[in-house]
Write a protein that binds this ligand. Structure first.
Ligand code: ZN
Length: 367
């Protein structure tokens, strides 16, 4: 069983809908901040607060003190307290920082539990608002799907609804012996090099758009904070970030779809992305390519298509080993784009050599 989510843009929201979304986000933020404030006060008075108690206290006074919470879905305020509880739980477990107050412009979202909304084709029905048009239908459907929840949020000046579903997964149907296999080397020069010799170019959106990004950031730095121009530039920047993310996501979706559709066994290197991020030269290119996102997509798509994924340990010397004779080089500079074996004289593209080694090792691990 896996949990997937699909984020869909809300199609041309009307003024009434936009006001509702803003109000619901505001309600959610208010409830969270109110709860956090209560938590601090109770704690200072030597009490041990819980988010259940705080929610109860909020519900008791809301008809008189905060009647506007009834303008939007009850989930907006209710979920805020659960989120607060989770934030404190993470804090107490040492997994997160002490919860902070939510800010307008940074935390613009609200939650809907599955009994509070209805999905029909490319529409969603939201309590106290009615039907809202979406730019596309939910990509998951059928009896094996259970809708869990939704979150409405804002990116730049656009609104989105992210719908979470739980899905029964089909176990891999492929037998290991008769399967088509591929080794994938995720790279800096190309998005990916496959062991069959094909390469997939990355879109490198940041490289193309980074000059534009830098320009807007310079503009923003010159503007007075809070001024009209400042806010305009800020929206521009957020839009550009969103565009870059879309281009990046798109090229990764194409790659992972291709891999899952065309190969039964996919061998990948379990890259230590965090470790590589410390290498600043590589860092930009790597974050640009979105390796984390690649793995995430491959994992969920493989459970839908029924592929085997074989992860090769990141210490496996895929680049240093000769794919022809198995000789291992002690050192291989990053600048050496062509692998040249000292022992057998074999010459091969560096990334292709690595992809072939990853495929071999991946199959060996599965066997
Ligand atoms: Zn060799």
């Amino acid at each position: 069983m896996i949990i997937l989510s699909h984020k869909i843009q809300i199609k041309n929201p009307t003024v009434k809908q936009q006001i509702y979304f803003r109000q619901a986000c505001g309600t959610s933020r208010f409830a969270y901040n109110w709860g956090l404030d209560q938590w601090k006060k109770q704690y200072d008075n030597g009490l041990k607060p819980t988010h259940f108690q705080i929610k109860k206290a909020f519900n008791a006074i809301k008809p008189v003190e905060f009647p506007w919470v009834f303008n939007v879905t009850k989930c907006a305020a209710e979920q805020a307290f659960s989120n607060l509880g989770s934030a404190f739980k993470r804090f107490f477990n040492g997994e997160g920082k002490y919860p902070k107050f939510k800010k307008k412009g940074q935390h613009d979202s609200f939650y809907l539990s599955n009994d509070q909304f209805k999905i029909s084709e490319n529409r969603v029905k939201i309590p106290k608002l009615g039907w809202v048009s979406l730019t596309e239908s939910l990509r998951f459907c059928g009896d094996a799907i259970k809708i869990l929840s939704a979150t409405v949020s804002r990116i730049a000046d656009k609104w989105f609804i992210s719908i979470s579903v739980q899905m029964e997964t089909t176990p891999a149907k492929v037998s290991k012996s008769q399967a088509d296999t591929v080794g994938v080397d995720l790279g800096v020069k190309n998005l990916a090099t496959l062991s069959n010799g094909s390469t997939i170019e990355g879109s490198k959106p940041l490289k193309k758009l980074s000059r534009k990004l830098a320009r807007i950031q310079r503009h923003l730095a010159k503007c007075t904070k809070g001024s009209k121009r400042y806010n305009q530039q800020k929206i521009k920047l957020a839009r550009l970030h969103y565009r870059i993310r879309c281009i990046r996501q798109d090229s990764l979706h194409k790659l992972t779809h291709h891999l899952c559709q065309d190969f039964k066994i996919i061998c990948i290197e379990d890259l230590n992305v965090k470790g590589m991020m410390k290498n600043h030269k590589l860092a930009k290119a790597i974050s640009d390519m979105g390796f984390y996102e690649f793995k995430r997509q491959l994992e969920y798509k493989s459970s839908l298509f029924g592929n085997w994924i074989s992860s090769v340990d990141r210490w496996f010397p895929s680049s240093k080993t000769c794919s022809n004779c198995g000789n291992k080089k002690e050192e291989l500079k990053l600048s050496e784009r062509v692998y040249h074996c000292d022992k057998c004289g074999f010459k091969i593209d560096r990334d292709l050599n690595a992809a072939i080694n990853i495929e071999r090792e991946g199959i060996r691990l599965l066997a």
